[in-house]
Design a protein around this ligand. Structure first.
Ligand code: FAD
Ligand code: UDP
Length: 368
């Protein structure tokens, strides 16, 4: 049986970046992936007969301020110039997200100037000095009215609990702007791979053997016997057989439909802020690729329904008890010197793609 310098568990961006770097440095690498495809949660495929690129696990927009990460991913395929803008529907009216001057003016039916926004919002904010949870943090940023319209219902659906039980940092992902600037991200570099994420992964992993549909945990001893070093990007609690219990995750179900229409909603992502609509957002992926010619009178829409599914962990809930559990698992991980734990599942962190690529590139440098 052939031995490898490294076995890498998981073909997402963390595992694939390290695989690519190590392979280029002349190391022998084998990748193992539980799913039947590479790319992790960024996997994309063309919906049959439409020329529309679908992201199986929800719309993924590449965005970063880090030139090293941007240059790195661009080596494996070209990106288009898509800039992400999100709209949200509340009481059957459409508003811009993240909350900006346009959202505030449209919601209140007023015409504030940028210099007037802070004073106006202060009058709605109340007196929250040290926000302890997501609700308090959101109200301290945008006031109670906007919180109740755009954040409360969406967050209840997304996380399945009262926003008072959630950590304030979840909402810090969203900027609040006093200008009309409505791009979802502030980053310098943004775009979508012209040929989809899977093409990027295929180019990264050229020449590297990959075992698809294989769960490392089920045959751990066999694989461990075939390598000196292990890079593990699966859930950290599962690696240790849930010894102290399970970390909490939120998941989502995606309901996909092909429609005989040129355009369903006029934008790539429409959020639904109210709880009487059961899904959080509708994705319409053809709007991510304005450079492409799509099949006439055809579109694809995907409704996203948050739920619990222990086999598909997407968003770390990160409650106080999760934090305690994580500390215990991290202490065990430290006792495994030949294993690198990394990526969103092993670190139990709400990472974006650029974060895991940067972490993997830095980890590679530390091997030398
Ligand atoms: P993953 O992509 O999850 O890869 C880990 C892989 O390990 C998986 O393929 C898994 O099957 C495999 N694995 C696990 N256990 C085992 C095992 N025992 N044996 C074998 N294989 C195993 N980021 C952005 O930058 N922009 C976005 O717009 C964006 N949108 C998102 C939308 C949603 C709905 C979600 C959930 C995430 C989004 N992200 C986005 C985050 C992005 O998906 C992650 O940052 C990225 O996928 C993390 O890469 P990773 O390699 O750490 O993990
Ligand atoms: N959020 C919200 N309303 C929205 C969009 C986001 O309340 O219209 C909150 C919600 O709690 C969500 C968090 O902001 O979990 C982060 O949003 P983001 O769009 O970054 O989530 P992701 O795209 O990662 O699912």
């Amino acid at each position: 049986m052939r031995r490898h310098d490294y076995i890498i568990v998981g073909c997402g961006f963390f595992g694939s970046t390290l695989a690519e770097r190590l392979h280029s440095a002349g190391k022998s690498v084998l990748m193992i992936e539980r799913r039947e495809h590479i790319g992790g949660n960024c996997y994309s495929y063309e919906y049959k007969g439409t020329n529309i690129m679908v992201h199986k696990y929800g719309t993924h927009i590449f965005h970063t301020d880090n030139a090293m990460v941007w240059d790195y991913v661009n080596k494996f395929g070209g990106f288009n110039r898509y800039q992400h803008r999100v709209l949200t529907t509340h009481k059957n009216m459409v508003y811009a997200m993240p909350i900006n001057l346009g959202t505030i003016n449209a919601f209140y039916g007023i015409n504030l100037r940028p210099s007037q926004v802070n004073k106006f919002i202060s009058s709605k904010r109340g007196d929250i000095k040290n926000p302890k949870n997501l609700e308090e943090k959101a109200i301290s940023l945008i006031g109670r009215d906007l919180y109740e319209a755009f954040i409360k219902g969406y967050t209840i659906k997304q996380w399945g609990c009262d926003p008072k039980e959630l950590s304030p940092d979840i909402i810090e992902r969203l900027p609040v702007r006093t200008s009309f600037y409505d791009s979802y991200y502030n980053d310098t570099y943004q775009g979508l791979p012209k040929d989809g994420y899977t093409a990027i992964f295929k180019n990264m992993l050229k020449g590297i053997p990959i075992e698809l549909g294989v769960d490392f945990i089920e045959e751990r001893d066999k694989w461990r016997g075939r390598c000196k070093n292990l890079i593990y990007t699966g859930p950290i609690d599962r690696y240790f057989d849930y010894r102290f219990g399970r970390l909490g995750w939120r998941s989502a179900r995606f309901e996909i439909k092909k429609l005989g229409l040129p355009d369903y909603q006029g934008t790539s992502v429409m959020n639904y802020a109210d709880t009487d609509v059961p899904y959080t957002r509708i994705h319409e992926p053809k709007h991510l690729h304005l450079e492409k010619v799509h099949t006439k009178n055809t579109t694809v829409i995907i409704k996203e329904y948050p739920h619990v599914n222990d086999n598909e962990p997407y968003y770390p809930i990160n409650s106080d008890s999760d934090k305690q559990l994580l500390r215990k698992y991290r202490a065990l991980a430290k006792k495994e010197p030949d294993v690198v734990f990394g990526g969103r599942l092993a670190d139990y962190k709400y990472y974006d793609m650029h974060h895991v690529i940067e972490l993997a590139l830095c980890k590679f440098l530390s091997f030398k």
